[in-house]
Design a protein around this ligand. Sequence first.
Ligand SMILES: [Zn+2]
Ligand SMILES: [Zn+2]
Length: 238
Amino acid sequence: MITKTKNNCIKINHTKRCILCGLNTASDTPVCHECLADLPWIGTACQRCANPTVTGKLSRVICPTCQKKPPPFDQVIAPFEYRFPVDQLIQLAKFNGQAHLLNSLAELLSLQLQDKTMPELIIPVPLHQKRLQERQYNQAALLAKKIARNLDIPFNNRLLIKTENTPHQAELDRKARRKNLRNSFHCIGSPPVSVAVVDDVMTTGTTAAEISRVLKAAGCQKVYIWIIARTAKELHLF
Ligand SMILES: [Zn+2]
Ligand SMILES: [Zn+2]
């Protein structure tokens, strides 16, 4: 709404609309208070891989998969389970050209990061050059950039590159996913001691595990995985 003040200056009141219900909202978040409460927040989850299928009331619980064989990443932060309406927001942002929704999703993820250990650098999960040309933007890079700005942490889009244009992970079984990604990511230069890798969704964790392995082989000591949503299926990291 645009109004005029006493001395005739134009004053713009940015009335925000909730991205889900479309109603005006006084909330600081892109989603109104009512819709925020209805989102599929992950409650109790594994402290390492954020697996929401973990049950129990302990605040620091590690799931059996991570206990048996700790993954190469140190911590996954995921505010949501990958289901309605978060799944649809991500799909719209990724494939329907509604990239502006990524800003809202980044805001929601930033809320979850406020009391967490901060890395020295934020990077996105890279897209292969060919895939980038097809889609025109890397949703992970847009998310990572926005989060880096919110948190005032350096962002780097070139430290990690994807050199193999591998088939979509969704089309492959567990063993094939691992093989598919092996040696497809490369770290250019030396990473700092701690890095957060940003992506939209984590399904099996194979990509996150492979990237963490590459970063650690290049000298990084702590790798955090920051994602918007995570499937509740059992993880197959190895
Ligand atoms: Zn709403
Ligand atoms: Zn776990």
